[in-house]
Each structure stands twice: as structure tokens, then as C-alpha cells.
Design a protein around this ligand. Structure first.
Ligand code: FE2
Length: 383
């Protein structure tokens, strides 16, 4: 056993909580920068809901709504300048992982002189504006951890910034905001929750505090993602997925991800593909690659996926679990191969080198430690 625990974010969970945003934010500042994407939160009326709540509580606000999926360091730099010009004293992220992670980066960058692109990786605690996050998807878990993933368009690096000061002071998780998430986004964000749970379980860094959260995260996704996908208006499925997302976010904060995220990030960095889809597309090859080193854990995952494991050896149960996972991915129309995403053999070397260079910590943390050669083979087997 070798672990620490630091989780200073205050989580406010429950249907209807988003309309109370102002009452929480007023304790953090007087002038807020609301960071969001160009359309979805606006279209669904959530931006109005939040800003009305701020006004009701006497919090002034300005809007930065230029965040794209897989947010770019150049866009974040623009947001940082905007925050400085407007002298805001609190940053609110409203949206999915992209908006929330960008809000963290803007709050972090306001008091730095250079580009946010110089701050990938673990960063020391420094002066950061208070952060409030309102998540509109069940995916990323950003509201419950200090990771902020961004992409540098000049170098194609997609990686997280994390600092002891990039936790949200307040995170509001309101499942009612998730009722309007489109089917495809429900699947790709929901499966990210499963991978946060699974990778934080498979990693060599998993420990007694992270493991129960990882297992519960996987159980909740296995039992509720298909329901949320088929019946998006059902608040109970959305609520359970929101909770899974939050605890999986804490699990990666405790133990981290491993090889699946390492192989997925370069696909988004080069081809701007949805994060969850990239993970799904490389996951089966990674699970097979890990079967001997992680047999017991994969057998445990098989049970969560509904496999009857009595009478099977541990490795047989693990194999059945991988088969069941493929069926699960297909049940919510997710890719199971990188060729489903249009990736061909000629991209593999570039992808593997990128993963090796920027996610080597997750190569090492994987249950079967990965080399550059392994990464090349895993992409090839995922074709
Ligand atoms: Fe993720």
C-alpha cells in the first residue's frame, strides 16, 4: 500500500442544483468569467439558467464561449487574455470536459506571463483564480479532479495540466442538465466513465481507497449506459451515470489511468476524434495484451459485465469478459477498431511515437508495462 488522498473540491449533487449556482459562486468572487462552448449549453437554455442565478445573487459576469471539442491551447490563451482584460475574480466552466478543463486552464493562466502551452504535466501550486464547474455531461469526471486536458495544435500534444490548485472550489452535478445530451455524445462520454473506472482499477497504481470506487463506477456504467443511450429523458439513468462519472473522476485522481488513455489521446490530437470513441477503439487490443498480468482483475470485470464465471479458470473468465465488453461497446454503437474511425496503417508509427513521448507514465503504470514496439502492435491489432 502506497498512496495519498487530497480532494478539496466541494461537490453539490442532485437534480435542480444548477439553478442555485449563484448562491455558491458569490462566496468565491464578485465578477465571474463563464467559459463554455459555442452552442450546446446555450441552445439547451443552461447558460441562461446559470447567468440568471448569478444575477439574482448579485454576481457580475462576462462570457467566453469559444471553446471547441478537444480544446486548443491557442483558444485557452485567448480566454486568458479575455479574463485579464475583464478583471474577473472567479472562473465558471459550464459544459462537458472541454469547457470545464478550459476553465481550469484559464483560472491557472491568468497570473502567468507565457502561453498555457508551456504548462503541460504536473504544475506546482501557484496563484489560481477560484474555479466553479457545472457539468452538462456524464463523462471526463473533470468536476471531481484537478486534471485539465488540452491540445497544442503546433505540436499535436494532447495532455493534462494538473496542479494542487486546479481543483474546483465548487462542482455542481445536476443530472437534469444531462437530459438533452444527444445519443452519440451520451455513448462516447459514458464509455469514458467506464475507462476511467477500468484503467484506475487495472493500473499498477490502484490501491485500497481507489479500487471500490473503480468497481462501483464500472458497475454503474454497465447497468445504466445502455438505458441512458436508449432513453435519454429518463432522469434515473442520467442520475446514476452522473454519479458514476463523479466517482470515476475521483478514482483517476487517486490512481490515474493507464494504457488505453495513452493510446487514445494521440488519435484525438491528430484527428480531432471524440475522446470516448478513441478509447473504445483501442480498448479490446489493450485488454487482450494485459490478459496474463491482469487476469484476476479482468475476471472481476467480466462478472460486472454479466459473465457467469463459475467453472472457468481466471484467464478463461477474463477472455469471456473481453468478449462481453465488445458486445457492450456495440450495444451503444461505439467503435471497436481504429479502422472504424478511418485510421489506416500508415498513421500507426506517428501515433505510437506520440503516445510514447507524451504518455510514457501510463505505459509504465499499465498492468503489463508497454514499450514503443508494444504501442505499434496494439494500434496494428486495433485496425
Ligand atoms: Fe478520459
Amino acid at each position: 500500500m502506497d498512496f495519498g488522498f487530497y480532494m478539496p473540491a466541494q461537490l453539490i449533487f442532485g437534480p435542480g442544483k444548477a439553478k442555485e449556482t449563484g448562491s455558491y459562486v458569490k462566496a468565491l468572487g464578485k465578477k465571474a468569467l463563464v467559459v463554455t462552448g459555442k452552442s450546446s449549453a446555450k441552445k439547451a437554455g443552461y447558460l441562461d439558467l446559470i447567468t440568471k442565478s448569478l444575477e439574482k445573487e448579485g454576481v457580475d459576469w462576462v462570457l467566453f464561449d469559444e471553446i471547441e471539442p478537444n480544446p486548443l491551447t491557442t483558444t485557452i490563451d485567448k480566454g486568458i487574455s479575455f479574463a485579464r482584460e475583464n478583471k474577473v475574480d472567479v472562473v465558471i466552466g459550464l459544459g462537458g470536459g472541454s469547457a470545464m478543463d478550459s476553465a481550469k486552464c484559464i483560472a491557472f493562466g491568468v497570473n502567468k506571463e507565457d502561453s498555457i502551452a508551456n504548462y503541460f504535466g504536473a504544475q506546482p501550486a501557484g496563484e489560481v483564480l477560484p474555479i466553479a464547474l457545472i457539468t452538462t455531461t456524464a463523462g471526463t469526471g473533470s468536476e471531481a479532479n484537478n486534471f485539465a486536458v488540452m491540445t497544442n495544435p503546433e505540436t499535436n500534444v494532447k495532455k493534462a495540466l494538473s496542479s494542487p490548485n486546479t481543483y474546483a472550489s465548487i462542482s455542481i452535478i445536476d443530472p437534469e442538465l444531462m437530459l438533452t445530451v444527444p445519443k452519440k455524445v451520451t455513448a462516447s462520454t459514458g464509455i469514458d466513465v467506464f475507462f476511467h473506472s477500468m484503467e484506475s482499477y487495472l493500473t499498477k497504481k490502484s490501491h485500497p481507497l481507489s479500487r471500490p470506487l473503480s468497481l462501483e463506477g464500472m458497475r454503474l456504467v454497465a447497468e445504466n449506459l445502455k438505458g441512458a443511450y436508449d432513453d435519454g429523458n429518463n432522469i434515473e439513468y442520467r442520475e446514476r451515470m452522473a454519479w458514476a462519472n463523479t466517482i470515476a473522476g475521483i478514482a483517476i485522481n487517486l490512481a490515474g489511468n493507464c494504457g488505453i488513455h495513452a493510446l487514445g489521446h494521440p488519435l484525438s490530437a491528430y484527428y480531432d476524434l471524440p475522446h470516448g470513441e478513441t478509447l473504445a477503439a483501442v480498448s479490446l487490443a489493450f485488454m487482450k495484451f494485459s490478459i496474463n498480468e491482469a487476469a484476476e482483475k479482468l475476471a472481476e470485470i467480466a462478472k460486472i459485465l454479466g459473465v457467469k464465471t463459475e467453472g472457468l479458470s481466471v484467464v478463461e473468465a477474463a477472455e469471456k469478459g473481453i468478449e462481453a465488453f465488445e458486445v457492450f461497446l456495440k450495444s451503444v454503437d461505439l467503435p471497436t477498431k481504429i479502422s472504424d474511425l478511418g485510421i489506416t496503417e500508415d498513421s500507426i508509427e506517428k501515433l505510437a511515437l506520440n503516445a510514447y513521448e507524451y504518455s510514457s507514465h501510463n505505459f509504465v503504470a499499465s498492468p503489463r508495462e508497454m514499450t514503443l514496439e508494444d504501442a505499434i502492435n496494439l494500434y496494428r491489432e486495433s485496425l
